[in-house]
Design a protein around this ligand. Sequence first.
Ligand code: AMP
Ligand code: MG
Length: 352
Amino acid sequence: MKTDIIKVSENCVSSGDEERLMRAGEILRKGGLVAFPTETVYGLGGDALNPEASVKIYTAKGRPSDNPLIIHINKFADIYQIVKEMPEAAVKVGKAFWPGPLTMILPKAEKVPYETTGGLNTVAVRFPSHPIARKLIEYGGGFVAAPSANASGKPSPTRAKHVVEDMDGRIEMIVDGGEVGIGLESTIIDMTVEPPRILRPGYITQEMLKQVLGEVGEDVTMMRNDSGEAPRAPGMKYRHYAPSGSLVIVEGEPQQVADYINARAAQDSKAGERTGILGTREQLEQYHADVIKCIGSREEEEAVARNLFAVLREFDEEKVTKIYSESFPAQGLGQAVMNRLLKAAGYCVVKV
Ligand code: AMP
Ligand code: MG
């Protein structure tokens, strides 16, 4: 299949943008697949109410079919068409954070196919804020299933070129709307349990949700893999966000971390490995390895979140086989960063 790559300005204001997005919407309505930017990461869209389109999404990504898709809407009121019940708490959360980087799990309405929900009786719903995503959802029929547009297991795409790397020839169209703003996938909150529980951390933090809901729980598997429990979001059980090289997170005082990483990288180099270090600007000068990547300043956690997936992909591009990363405090947005980094590392953490 030939993949059409089209450029659309971020706010859909250039001439021809509207027409191009209508064309993209037409593909969705006919059951085809279109990748597009959202404020979190690039999504791989298909008509959520068309079971065949959902099956195509799984095939294009190489995604296990028990890993449900998030349905994206463009109007708050549309949620009532795809959920069976809308608890008062969910209305409150929607009013507080939508449109935005938050996904709610609710009981599914009959018309949502099981192909879209990975066989579950619940459905994940998000109302994104990105102008391109919103127009495309509107033109595409109002209900767009869109997981991250990466090949299953790979870091999520934050730029159109990442989508091209993974999806060229596998889908009908890629909408290039530039670099995304947040860089990590949406926060997922399960509204079917009392108190509501976060299944995946993201830009909307537990602290922010507590201000609206009072009590908010967290899936115990979010930050560790030794609880003996299965993650409540099926997708979180898979190895994810991973670069091709092995990744080790090193935690401790900055000087000790640098000494440890440099010693290990030197050893690896001798053994014929190509070594890489993922560090913050403050510590970068201390490191020695084949490839050293700056993820941003420790002072700017939003930049760290935005750069994480792109930097992991760059290590692949440079054929790095052993990667060492600094660790980050798992609070606020840092919790989402560490959740992705831990999964990318297969929970391999060294404390020095
Ligand atoms: P992605 O689309 O790549 O952001 O992945 C979607 C995430 O949402 C995966 O981790 C899914 O397991 C999770 N998810 C989607 N639908 C549900 C649901 N009904 N219940 C729990 N988790 C869900
Ligand atoms: Mg994903």
